[in-house]
Design a protein. Structure first.
Length: 260
């Protein structure tokens, strides 16, 4: 059984974490396969949107503490993280297409970091987020020191990280601004597919630029942000999709974007 299921529907790449007996915990094989699939999109523009979800009752339990023997790799962990899970998180953030996360169940540890790295997260009502690092004497990873602080502020980020024993429900995650939406469990994949397919048929260059704008704004002044907006708008206006979008708006019809 492969650790990662890969499907393609038109311009949409669907990646399914597939270790249900281990709550989709991040083995080296799973991390490498997922990173490779996303890197291919970066290098070859092989998809216009990505949907990531998990099989079984969990999204991702984080690092595989048993299979990968993390306790026996203490002296090597920094380098292994940079070459492994951190490379995956950065690939999700840097891929120039929208990444939708369909949070089908619990996301813990680095699995929570992977979920929060997505651009739009839609969660099943039963899903939960858990930062359990402090319970084993570890610290935040998977980009969560950044994502939690920027999304919900230092007070809530510190509470989640230091206490580590309180799972955040999907409804609370939405209320706090960690995720986009919550839906009933039985319609999660239908709703996620609709959303991801819509993005995959959208103005791909513009959507990628919007992703860069949001990332840039996290550490920019207003003056820097408006300069970056102007530069991005110049690139968006130069695409074939822009005149099609304007024409469709004027004609009151759906635009037929080609992604360039």
């Amino acid at each position: 059984m492969t650790d990662l299921l890969i499907e393609k529907e038109g311009g949409l790449l669907i990646l399914t974490l597939n270790r249900p007996d281990h709550m989709n915990a991040m083995s080296s094989e799973l991390v490498n396969a997922t990173t490779t699939a996303i890197t291919d999109v970066i290098e070859n523009k092989s998809a216009r949107a990505i949907l990531i979800t998990g099989t079984g009752r969990g999204f991702c339990a984080g690092a595989d503490l048993q299979g990968d023997g993390l306790a026996n790799r203490r002296e090597k962990i920094e380098g292994q993280m940079m070459a492994g899970v951190n490379r995956l998180i950065l690939a999700v953030r840097e891929v120039p297409v929208p990444v939708v996360i369909a949070l089908n169940g619990a996301a813990a540890g680095a699995g929570c970091g992977l979920a929060l790295a997505g651009d739009i997260v839609i969660a099943a009502r039963s899903a939960k987020l858990l930062t359990a690092f402090s319970r084993i004497g570890a610290v935040l990873d998977g980009g969560m020191s950044w994502s939690l602080t920027h999304k919900i502020g230092p007070a809530r980020a510190t509470g989640m990280a230091m206490l580590g024993d309180q799972a955040i429900t999907a409804e609370t995650a939405k209320e706090w601004g960690l995720i986009w939406d919550v839906v009933d469990d039985d319609i999660l994949m239908d709703e996620a597919m609709k959303l991801a397919s819509r993005l995959a048929s959208g103005p791909s260059v513009a959507l990628g630029l919007i992703k860069r704008q949001i990332a840039n704004a996290q550490n920019s002044t207003m003056a820097d942000a408006v300069r970056f907006e102007a530069a991005c708008q110049g690139q968006a206006f130069a695409t074939d999709d822009f005149p099609e979008g304007v024409k469709a708006f004027q004609e009151k019809r759906p635009a037929e974007f080609i992604g360039r």
